[in-house]
Design a protein around this ligand. Structure first.
Ligand code: SME
Length: 154
């Protein structure tokens, strides 16, 4: 396995332990963002947005304070929420309509949280390094999102 695949399989095992016996959305999102922030190298923001009355609202996160509400279809997170598929962006400054939260962010991966076809929200990870994330990171974060979704009643 490549280093990134190894790292994600380790993270997935740790998450399974953290989620065991707990179904609370906020508690599991808080621990998930803390674990990803601690284990993923070269990231400056990891967190959740949850769908609330038709827009994304900031949930548990690690990093600098972020924008609180994102309309569907706006920015990277709003696009992911609208389309229901993940996005990996090498340079956020080239992404039309990108929403700047931390000026240090240059690369981003956002993954939709879909439970039985219903959108719960988005998991978002930012890095100060352009093209920081590869296909394995995107796939790893999709598996993390699936574990999170399975861990909550939503
Ligand atoms: N950059 C995101 C906004 C969220 S922050 O990065 C935490 C976007 O364009 O959706």
């Amino acid at each position: 396995m490549t280093p990134s695949a190894d790292l994600f399989s380790d993270i997935e095992s740790q998450l399974a332990g953290l989620f065991a016996g707990e179904r609370d959305l906020i508690a599991n999102a808080a621990n998930c963002s803390a674990l990803l922030f601690e284990r993923l190298p070269d990231v400056n923001w990891v967190g959740f947005y949850f769908l609330r009355e038709g827009e994304l609202v900031l949930g548990p996160f690690q990093g600098r304070p972020a924008c609180i509400r994102i309309p569907l279809g706006r920015g990277v997170c709003g696009t992911v929420a609208r389309d229901g598929s993940s996005l990996r962006v090498d340079d956020v400054h080239e992404f039309a309509d990108h929403i700047v939260c931390d000026a240090a962010s240059n690369a981003e991966v956002a993954v939709p949280l879909l439970k039985e076809g219903r959108l719960l929200g988005v998991l978002d990870v930012d890095s100060p390094t352009r093209a920081r994330f590869g296909a394995e990171d995107q796939a790893g974060l999709e598996r993390v999102a699936a574990l999170f979704i399975a861990s909550v009643d939503g």
